[in-house]
Design a protein around this ligand. Structure first.
Ligand code: MOS
Length: 748
């Protein structure tokens, strides 16, 4: 095999969709030009809770170009029962139904949609709609909401309740070294570059094509059909390009609801684009408070882990996350317990945001671990080694693989960790204090049943297709690489298609499962094509391959070649011609039932990482610079080192945001998010991002998924903010337990 150099799994291939993106050929949801298009602009509720008592749209209707003002009073019919509004990610509670009735559940809720021939007319007229309300007392303050916290009785399907072991309370009491503190993470909004947008194309007779910013075309298709009474075959959803989402597009957001409702009402094509401010009226990462108690012996060996966490949800749905399990799984403490609750407030429901649960829970836990290292006077990295667990310590199951030890070792070596001076405030250069901190990351390695097709044409062109999404993660490129690898064709001869509900079945893209899942499906489909192609090759005159079986040949350089004799080969086009085939087309489904994979119950599947961080702190200004981060990741097989590295870079940058910048403030009086724009909601800019070094450690894992792939979309953010916070402590001797560590908190 090695004799054949080929582009395939492991090749750092540039994005196959890169040129389309930088030249503007790639079209996003709001960029489909349609004849006779109507523009919809939503009128936001100014109150957070209560009900609408009247809507006066007379002035708005006088604006030239305005054709309709859609509200709960004149909307077309839609499903009545909540179960018809359930999307793919089932959350207990009542799903939000836009323009459904007079109830106000959160500030900024769309209460009317102004439809006009131009965007400008719709936008202006939307400011003229007069809405009167009967206001009720609201609460959007997380601290105040804790008085109403509860342990949810009905769980989300993805939720893993903590499993306690031993007697953590008693063990903590008798521990020699203790940490006992409260940690906090602010509310964050996803803020992808592309705002949520939908263009509905009305074809007549109730048929629609919906260009939507979503992470799952088929999920939105089912949702729209069920909620608005379309037959599923009359709804096609396209999300060929998505400008980032980070989880905000996992569930259908309100723009797709109101746009579809309007198209149905007007029998015309409609576009609705959220403004940046409206991006703060839906999904956000829940605010979290977490109490952590760690007990250890004098050497730092953990004896007790006790974690209690509460995260925020809305008044109408119970969003829950796995916050407390990560420390319980990752460290070998004989005693551990966790409790978890959610607290409702009058906002939209919180949602999954890049590594939901772990990004919060593991990060806060790793700050506590750093505190334990100082309390026990043990090097922070040494402390992780002392408490290393070969197995999933919470579930008592082995991992399919866990190369975390290697990640610690390689990351520390690259960073130069052994040159660290242990005392806080002991490293300095000029007026800047220097701090070195580290943390561990952990995320799930998931796999979802996914189908794909592969179609080989007589000219040697291959098209692979799957309904999955590429939200910037590199799925197009991953699909092309897996196909190139399996059939030995150059990527220039391969087209990957995705982001269309009419393609082979795929779940919503998320949880870092897309590369492993769609990759496996593409491989299976290409293998089926390979079988047929080999049969076709047998028709070539002289039978150069002599009837060889699949494992006796190699697919490379557009040819099928005998392993035993590299001089004997048949070209792909030659084989197609010999068999007089116009196309070979196959569709296959990759499911977790594939042989070689072990069941979830017997083994845990996770990615791991070790993050090392250097900060420089100007104490007089309270300014923190993250000057260096090394993130060493153990994530199984890496399909494309280039796009995989890019995923970790993005995760690290988001981790820097979590550590230093990102925080949405609630205006308790008005019940709104205060800093609902990118001027006041800070994400890291170029000046905030310096050297980031990504290492993928070797991790061979044939059990975890069919390709041995674990996925890298989320692991990069997990623990990164802890490494920054811990470096800040090392630099300054100040322990800040509430993220983000903004200048005011540091100078307090
Ligand atoms: Mo991710 S939060 O599963 O998009």
């Amino acid at each position: 095999m090695d004799a054949f150099a080929k582009v395939g799994i492991g090749t750092p291939l540039p994005r196959v969709d890169g040129v389309d993106k930088v030249t503007g050929r790639a079209r996003y949801a709001a960029e489909y030009a349609l004849p006779d298009l109507l523009y919809g602009v939503a009128v936001p509720s100014r109150i957070a809770k209560g009900r609408i008592t009247g809507i006066d749209d007379a002035l708005a209707r006088q604006v030239p170009g305005v054709v309709e003002v859609l509200t709960h009073e004149n909307r077309p019919s839609e499903a009545w029962f909540n179960r018809s509004w359930k999307d793919e990610l089932d959350i207990p509670g009542e799903p939000f139904k836009a323009l459904h009735d007079e109830k106000i559940l959160f500030a900024g809720q769309p209460v009317a949609l102004v439809l006009a021939e131009t965007f400008e007319a719709a936008r202006y007229a939307s400011t003229l709609v007069q809405v009167s309300y009967e206001e009720e007392a609201h609460n959007v303050d997380f601290q105040a909401s804790l008085a109403e916290k509860f342990e949810p009785s009905k769980k989300r399907s993805s939720f893993q309740p903590p499993k306690n072991r031993g007697d953590a309370g008693a063990a903590f009491t008798r521990s020699e070294v203790k940490v006992d503190a409260e940690y906090h993470l602010a509310t964050e909004h996803h803020n992808p570059m592309e705002m949520h947008a939908t263009t509905v194309e009305w074809h007549g007779e109730g048929k629609i094509t919906v260009y939507d910013k979503t992470q799952g075309s088929q999920g939105v298709q089912s949702f729209l059909a069920s909620a608005f009474g379309f037959s599923k075959s009359d709804v096609r959803v396209v999300n060929a390009y998505v400008g980032g989402a980070f989880g905000s597009g996992l569930r259908p957001q309100w723009q797709v609801q109101v746009a579809t409702l309007a198209a149905k009402h007007m029998k015309r094509s409609v576009r609705v684009v959220m403004t940046r401010q409206q991006m703060f009226t839906h999904a956000h990462r829940p605010e979290c408070t977490m109490s952590i108690r760690l007990g250890a012996d004098s050497s730092g060996k953990l004896n007790a882990v006790i974690t209690d966490a509460t995260t925020s949800t809305s008044r109408f749905e119970d969003n829950m996350e796995d916050i407390v399990i990560w420390g319980m799984m990752n460290y070998a403490s004989p005693n551990a317990m966790g409790t978890y609750a959610i607290a409702p407030r009058d906002t939209y429901t919180s949602a999954d945001m890049r590594a939901p649960g772990a990004a919060t829970g593991m990060t806060l836990f790793e700050i506590a671990m750093d505190e334990l290292a100082y309390a026990a006077r043990v090097d922070p990295l040494e402390l992780r080694m002392i408490n290393y667990s070969e197995v999933d310590a919470m579930n008592g199951t082995p991992f399919t693989s866990k190369a975390l030890r290697e990640a610690y070792r390689e990351g520390a070596a690259r960073f130069g960790w052994e040159r660290r001076s242990p005392e806080p405030r002991s490293m300095k250069e000029g007026r800047e204090l220097i701090g070195w901190g580290m943390a561990t990351g952990m995320w799930d390695a998931m796999f979802s049943k996914t189908s794909a097709s592969a179609k080989l044409s007589a000219n040697g062109h291959l098209e692979v297709a799957c309904a999955t999404s590429d939200i910037g993660t590199g799925t197009y490129t991953v699909m092309a690489l897996v196909a190139a690898d399996t059939l030995g064709l150059p990527p220039e001869q391969i087209t990957a298609r995705l982001g269309d509900s009419s393609l082979p079945t795929s779940p919503v893209e998320g949880g870092s499962w897309a590369a492993a899942s769609s990759g496996a499906a593409v491989q299976l489909a290409c293998q089926s094509v390979a079988k047929k192609l080999l049969k076709a090759a047998d028709k070539v005159e002289g039978r150069p391959l002599g009837g060889a079986s699949l494992d006796e040949v190699v697919f490379a350089d557009g040819r099928i070649t005998l392993k035993s004799d590299a001089g004997k080969s048949v070209g792909v086009i030659e084989a197609m011609r010999a068999a007089e085939l116009a196309v070979i087309e196959e569709e296959e489904t990759a499911s977790s039932g594939i042989s070689g994979l072990v069941s979830m119950a017997r083994k845990s599947r996770n990615t791991h990482s070790a993050i090392f961080c250097e900060v420089r702190v100007d104490e007089e200004l309270g300014q923190v610079r993250v000057t260096r981060i090394v993130n060493a990741v153990a994530a199984g097989r890496i399909i494309n080192p280039k796009t995989a590295r890019s995923q970790i870079l993005g995760g690290v940058v988001m981790g820097i945001g979590m550590a230093l910048h990102e925080e949405t403030f609630a205006d308790k009086k008005l019940g709104r998010w205060m800093n609902h724009n990118l001027a006041e909601y800070h994400v890291p800019a170029h000046a905030d991002v310096e050297a980031i070094d990504v290492i993928f450690v070797d991790e061979h894992d044939p059990e975890v998924t069919p390709l041995g792939v674990k996925g890298v979309g989320e692991i990069g953010i997990v623990g990164t903010a802890a490494a920054v916070a811990n470096a800040i402590y090392h630099a300054t001797g100040k322990r800040i337990r509430s993220l983000p560590i903004t200048i005011d908190r540091l100078m307090e």
